[in-house]
Write a protein of this length. Sequence first.
Length: 287
Amino acid sequence: MEQMGKQAPAQMEDYDIMSQVIKNFNKYRYLLGELAKKNIKLKYRRSYLGILWTLIEPLLVMIVLSVVFGPMLGRKGQDPAFKGVPFPVYVLTGRLLYSFFSSSTNSAMRSIRANGGMIKKVYVPKYMYPLSGILSNFVIFVISLVVLVCVMVFFLATGTYKAPMNGYMLLSIVPLVNLLMLAVGTGLVLATLCVFFRDIEYLWSVMLMLIMYCSAIFYFASSLGDTTRKVVKLNPLFGIIDNFRRSLFGQPFDMTMLAYTFGVSAVLIGIGMFLFYRKQDTFILNI
């Protein structure tokens, strides 16, 4: 009974903290949208084409990767789930998702330091800064999906690709939600660590390169050896990209991989929230 009495106040304290966080979020949620708008405007402030680069850049990258890797990897060991899918479409799906993850986590990582002046002068829940960076990149990512639709329509119109139209295509939003969760969890962890360890920026750039090569963006995972394929599948971004491709191309999800990637994303969000909450009061001393 005495032990239960000790646990009860701790549980009430946790509940009060979560309640306060939710109230703060509701109070300042309008600011999240404003910060996201500001990030988008700053990104394209001195660009002649502006937000059109959101459509042009992935298209150019797709062309380059298709020209360079298409002759070597376009047909070799093609996965049965993606049989008949044009190599440019296959590359574009992976590149778009990876680009969002890379840009959003980088933005979140630098958000606290970049907004140090505002943090010192005005009270705003500090998690708004990394979340706004991720949200602004997600908006840009959603816009860039127009390119994917246009490229698929082009191959359908030319008869190069015959896509199976079924209900699985509508489920492609599930991996995108998973991707957003992964970006939020990773971004919160990086935003916290980067305040205290500036070298995290350089380490993360190397990690992103490793993640890219382990995401099967421009090659088929089925062409890898068994051991290498198992290592690649440990990368949650690979699982998200793979399931997005499967659903978009009319195939059922790999349910084991779906459960794994959602689990990793949930754990990262929990770790990120815990670290951020515990350290946010000392941010001002280190920025």
